[in-house]
Ligand binder design. Structure first.
Ligand SMILES: NC(=O)c1ccc[n+]([C@@H]2O[C@H](COP(=O)([O-])OP(=O)(O)OC[C@H]3O[C@@H](n4cnc5c(N)ncnc54)[C@H](OP(=O)(O)O)[C@@H]3O)[C@@H](O)[C@H]2O)c1
Length: 282
């Protein structure tokens, strides 16, 4: 068994590298996943590859609105190329997708089979990626996840520690509901799905808004003895934070398909948060 992890230096890819069975190889931007010749050469040089896990993506939601060509290339063409190549070299293919394929207009946890209709360009490119993978490699496994946090991320969670230590007042949206996902838990699930086919969803247990997440974060920082400057943590409507890309309001996954398949129960996000804050500082 030999794994090739694309996007191996990204948030999810790096968490996977921490627990992936050796030997494995990683690639970043230097091997453009949308370039079949480059990918083929990499696979040959590092082969025999038995599993490809695609953690590479154009993951920035707002820049995707303007950098459309690059976003489509990484999120739609890249997965198609890797899915095709995996078939060619007889390797299993696992591709990571997102809750942003959903429109986010409902109020009931979303199953894999629920209707998709992205509300921004990032989501649209990721949906195109899912469709392309299903078409070129019907044996592939696609794993959707949502609001990932872990070592080295670029999202709001990565900045929370510093923000709570430096700002007196902070406001976070309290009307967008999702399920947060701890990258190490996601990495475990990826490994468990390596030989599976089909579409699955994973996130840690319990829905939350950014505001709720930030409140738990502050409480946990205080519990672990860190100085916290922020005295006023306030809920706000998302309309207060205009952004280039529209955000789905409700993307809470129903993860029962994955739970039944792997016989697991996702840990509550609050438990993971304790670990994250501890690991962040030790
Ligand atoms: N983070 C979240 O909250 C979240 C939520 C839902 C789903 N996801 C999905 O999870 C997966 C991993 O996301 P992430 O958060 O780990 O993203 P990330 O930290 O931005 O990492 C993505 C990696 O992809 C690489 N990359 C980008 N374009 C590439 C290309 N054309 N060819 C080769 N490599 C390329 C980048 O490599 P370089 O470092 O070399 O530039 C980067 O390290 C993605 O499929 C994303 O859609 C993430």
């Amino acid at each position: 068994m030999k794994l090739w992890i694309t996007g191996g230096r990204g948030l999810v890819g790096a968490a996977l590298c921490e627990i992936a069975p050796k030997p494995f190889v990683i690639s970043g931007h230097e091997i453009d996943i949308a370039d079949l010749d480059a990918c083929r050469a990499f696979a040959k040089e590092n082969g025999p590859i038995t599993h490809i896990v695609n953690c590479a993506a154009f993951s920035q939601v707002d820049p995707a609105e303007t950098q459309r060509k690059e976003a489509f290339r990484a999120n739609a063409i890249g997965p198609e190329v890797l899915g095709f190549l995996a078939r060619e070299i007889d390797a299993h293919f696992l591709h990571i997708s997102t809750d942003y394929v959903f429109p986010g207009t409902g109020h009931v946890p979303l199953k894999e089979s629920d209707a998709v209709a992205p509300c921004n360009y990032y989501g649209l490119t990721k949906l195109e990626g899912e469709k392309a993978v299903q078409s070129v490699n019907p044996k592939a496994c696609i794993l959707r996840t949502s609001a990932v946090f872990g070592k080295g991320g670029k999202n709001f969670i990565a900045k929370l520690f510093d923000l709570l230590q430096t700002k007196e007042t902070l406001r976070f949206s309290n009307d967008q509901m999702t399920r947060f996902t701890y990258a190490p838990d996601l990495a475990q699930v990826i490994l468990s799905l390596l030989n599976q086919s089909g579409l699955y969803q994973f996130a840690n247990a319990g829905p939350a808004t950014k505001y709720e997440f930030a409140c738990a974060f502050r409480q946990e920082m205080e519990r672990q003895g860190f100085p916290v400057r922020c005295k006023h943590l306030e809920p706000a409507p998302s309309s207060e934070f205009p952004a280039a890309a529209k955000r789905p309001m409700y993307t809470v996954f129903d993860t029962s398909k994955l739970e039944q398949r792997l016989h697991i129960h996702p840990r509550p996000w609050q438990t993971c948060l304790k670990e994250y804050i501890h690991a962040h500082t030790h």
